[in-house]
Design a protein around this ligand. Structure first.
Ligand code: HEM
Ligand code: HEM
Length: 235
């Protein structure tokens, strides 16, 4: 008989849907909305916070949120690939060995996007906080990264959503609802004597981690960069 097991803690789920919202907002503030670059900066800082939070949560979070739980070696990935089109293969409780690497790639691309953004300019009024610190060569690399990483991110997101649709339609695994309510259907309560389900979301710990992540981002965007120069233009 199938049972429901809690797999995704609340912080991971919140992280996921806030990240989705942030990426859409980042695209909208430079492509669809006029005069919204200031908002692009704010949402960019928030996205940086999300990534820093997820890095820490990947170390001290609940079982299936931890990197050590879902980042697997090539052997396991290849074995998993062999069963990819097997409808009856036992579903993994957390990220599957291939999906785990997708998560890492997405996090790296979002991190590149947010960090390179700190060096960007809108060529009118707004400069990212690290623009004044960098040489022309660094600025040109950062600008290329900011454009290229987003294109790469779009391809990876399309593959990611495609994979969720494939698992839903072909393998009959309801992955997307699990990212909403946290629960997945499992056949057994235990594997190797361990409960499959996590006990709870460790919310107090998540709050402390979020405060630390916010402090790190505050240091990065407010404390470390030089104060903006007031241009002659304003006198
Ligand atoms: C901007 C678009 C998106 C981005 C950047 C994104 C990114 C991510 C990331 C980073 C994770 C890993 C979560 C973690 O462990 O922290 C993840 C997992 C997941 N995402 Fe998304 N996502 C996007 C859109 C979507 C959409 C639209 C859906 C639903 C249709 C979705 C469904 C899922 C599911 C089900 C998982 C868990 C997969 C599993 O069971 O292993 N994502 N996503
Ligand atoms: C993960 C976070 C971010 C995402 C997804 C993102 C995405 C984008 C995209 C799609 C563009 C348009 C690129 C093009 O035209 O090809 C863009 C441009 C830009 N981004 Fe970001 N960005 C992020 C973070 C940041 C941050 C943190 C800053 C600054 C602090 C920033 C500053 C800019 C600027 C100044 C532009 C050029 C706007 C213009 O052409 O007027 N971005 N970004």
């Amino acid at each position: 008989m199938k049972k429901n097991a809690l797999i995704w803690d609340i912080p991971t789920r919140l992280f996921h849907w806030l990240l989705v919202g942030s990426i859409v907002a980042q695209y909208a503030t430079v492509n669809w909305l006029d005069n919204a670059v200031q908002w692009h900066f704010y949402v960019g800082y928030f996205t940086l916070f999300l990534v820093v939070f997820r890095l820490f949560w990947g170390v001290v979070g609940t079982r299936y949120a931890k990197f050590t739980q879902f980042v697997k070696g090539p052997k396991l990935v290849v074995n998993y690939l062999k069963s990819l089109f097997d409808k009856h293969a036992t579903p993994t409780a957390g990220h599957n060995p291939l999906g785990g690497w997708f998560v890492i790639v997405m996090l790296i691309l979002v991190a590149i996007q947010a960090i390179s953004g700190l060096f960007m300019t809108d060529d009118i009024f707004l400069d990212g906080p690290y623009r004044a610190l960098a040489t022309e060569e660094v600025l040109s690399v950062m600008s290329s990264l900011h454009h290229l990483a987003f294109d790469a991110l779009l391809y990876v997101i399309v593959l990611h959503i495609g994979a969720v649709i494939f698992y839903t339609a072909f393998k009959k695994q309801k992955l997307a609802p699990a990212m909403v309510h946290g629960k997945k259907e499992v056949f057994h309560n235990e594997v190797d004597g361990k409960h499959i389900s996590i006990e709870h979301s460790k919310l107090v710990r998540a709050l402390i981690v979020a405060l630390i992540a916010a402090f790190v981002v505050y240091l990065v965007i407010e404390v470390y960069p030089p104060a903006p120069q007031v241009d002659d233009f304003y006198y």
